[in-house]
Design a binder for this molecule. Structure first.
Ligand code: ADP
Length: 489
């Protein structure tokens, strides 16, 4: 069943239930009011008859004479407001003494329960409803009490046919039923109409989603409705989601293209060398050595790249860091020692050296620092300086790698931490990098709740900084390292 049909059904169901409750409430209230009216009539008549009897004494009951007959037959029309009311007088044995003429031969005998009424029941009486000639009649029986000795001398029974009450209730039932039959289909139609209108934008969302699936075009967006309601929020959220998906898919596509491109160069170089060997190079020791050296370099480059990609993939997949206390000063010395053999005429030195221990993944932090150190040495000409530094600043452990090398152009700074980005393409490719080292630095910093920054001046040098939060929690935002052009990762 469609959502629209279900909504319509649920709404109509609730409406029917509400209608039923309202109908029952109305019916029972009216019935109650009518029953109270009947009781009022019966009591009013009872009071009137009793008043006359009290005024004239109760002798007529004891010795029934023309007086009673005269009273019941002669004056009842004047005393009863409602001509339907019937009065009957019974002896204490339940024998009928007399009645008003409008009973027209019908008999309404006294019930056994009424005979049990005592003098104290004058104001409560006994009520009963019975059927006479297919008409319901309600009777009120009260005892007639002699004031002098508080003795019951007879019973007064006032009766009233309920024909008008039953008719009114019957009409009411028809009105309620008829109203329900007319109103329910109207409500169901209205509900279907409203559900259709409400669900129309959702249909549009579905169509757009289908369009995206068929056309494989994530650039499509669902039209946003003008009213700021739940639907507006839903569609804005879906559009945001689509935007994010589009971004991710594009990044993925770019990534695959970049990886293929980067893999192609060393593989092509190796294929060339293999061909050289194949075409007789194997018999020429000089050529063979050159080809093998080339292939070894390209293989090394491939291995480095695959390792870097693996590291990036792990941080993308949010592989858990292995947290442990890391003495950053000791780690810096270790890096210093490992970089020493690579200096090639560059002076490697240690600047500020605070003692700092943080909680983090030692291997990853080391990898990031090594990347920065190797880059600094690689892009600094012989005679230059590379300085490693460690200090506490603004709630962070600040690890810096500063060089006096070639620097980075201002237009490259915003992209420097992106995957596969190389500032000077020809030079860096020649130096063997695929443009993954700095994106690893950024990921490591972010994974630790910190960030990486760069300050650089073309031709003067660069300072890369790794900001890692000090325990217990990182405080205020850290400023960038001084320099003419700075960039936050
Ligand atoms: P690569 O493996 O190519 O060095 P990186 O991600 O480590 O990749 O660096 C990206 C680019 O940033 C490099 O190609 C280079 O142009 C530039 N770069 C990185 N470090 C420095 C530095 N210390 N001095 C100048 N340029 C640098």
């Amino acid at each position: 069943m469609s959502f629209r049909a279900r909504l319509t059904l649920i709404y109509t169901g609730f409406f029917a239930l509400a209608l039923l409750l309202l109908g029952c409430g109305t019916f029972f209230s009216v019935r109650q009011a009518l029953a109270a009216g009947v009781q009022r009539d019966l009591w009013a008549a009872t009071e009137q008859v009793r008043r006359i009897f009290n005024a004239g004494g109760l002798e007529p009951i004891r010795t029934p004479t023309g007086e009673l007959r005269l009273f019941l037959h002669g004056q009842f029309i004047q005393i009863f407001n409602n001509p339907n009311l019937v009065a009957q007088i019974f002896t204490t044995d339940g024998e009928l003494l007399d009645n008003t003429p409008n009973l027209s031969g019908r008999s309404l005998p006294l019930t056994a329960e009424a005979l049990r009424l005592g003098p104290d029941d004058v104001f409560t009486g006994y009520s009963l409803v019975r059927e006479v000639d297919a008409v319901r009649v309600e009777s009120l029986v009260t005892p007639l009490v002699l004031k002098a000795n508080n003795q019951v001398v007879g019973y007064l029974q006032i009766s009233r046919p309920l024909r008008d009450v039953d008719q009114t209730l019957g009409i009411l039932i028809w009105i309620l039923l008829g109203g329900g039959i007319i109103v329910l289909p109207l409500a169901a139609g209205g509900a279907a109409l409203i559900a259709g209108r409400v669900l129309r934008p959702l249909d549009q969302v579905t169509r757009t989603a289908q369009g995206i699936v068929h056309a494989e075009d994530l650039a499509q967006r669902v039209p946003v409705p003008p009213h700021q309601d739940e639907l507006h929020r839903l569609i804005v959220t879906i559009n945001d989601l689509l935007g994010r998906l589009e971004l991710l898919f594009n990044a993925q596509r770019r990534f695959v293209a970049d990886v293929s491109h980067e893999l192609r160069t060393p593989l092509a170089a190796m294929q060339g060398n293999l061909e050289v060997l194949d075409r007789g190079g194997l018999h020429n020791p000089e050529l063979a050595t050159e080809a093998v050296t080339d292939m070894r370099r390209e293989t090394g480059r491939l291995i480095r790249m695959v390792n870097d990609l693996l590291l990036l993939a792990q941080s993308d997949a949010r592989v858990e860091l292995r947290y442990e206390p890391v003495e950053l000063d000791t780690l810096m010395l270790e890096i210093y020692r490992e970089l020493r053999p690579l200096t090639q005429g560059v002076t490697l030195r240690i600047g500020a050296e605070d003692q700092v221990t943080i909680s983090g993944d030692r291997d990853r932090i080391k990898q990031a620092l090594l990347n920065l150190g190797v880059n600094a040495l690689q892009y600094t000409p012989s005679g230059g300086y590379v300085t490693l530094g460690l200090e506490r600043r603004d709630g962070y452990a600040l690890l810096t790698v500063a060089d006096t090398g070639m620097g980075i152009a201002e237009e490259d700074l915003p992209h420097i931490f992106e995957r596969f980005y190389r500032a000077d393409r020809s030079r860096s490719r020649h130096s063997g990098g695929a443009g993954l080292g700095l994106s690893i630095v950024k990921r490591v910093a972010n994974a630790h709740g910190g960030h990486a920054t760069i300050a650089s001046l073309l031709g003067r040098g660069s300072t890369f900084a790794l900001w890692l939060p000090l325990p217990p929690a990182p405080s205020a935002e850290a400023p960038a390292v001084e320099g003419s052009a700075t960039r936050d990762s």
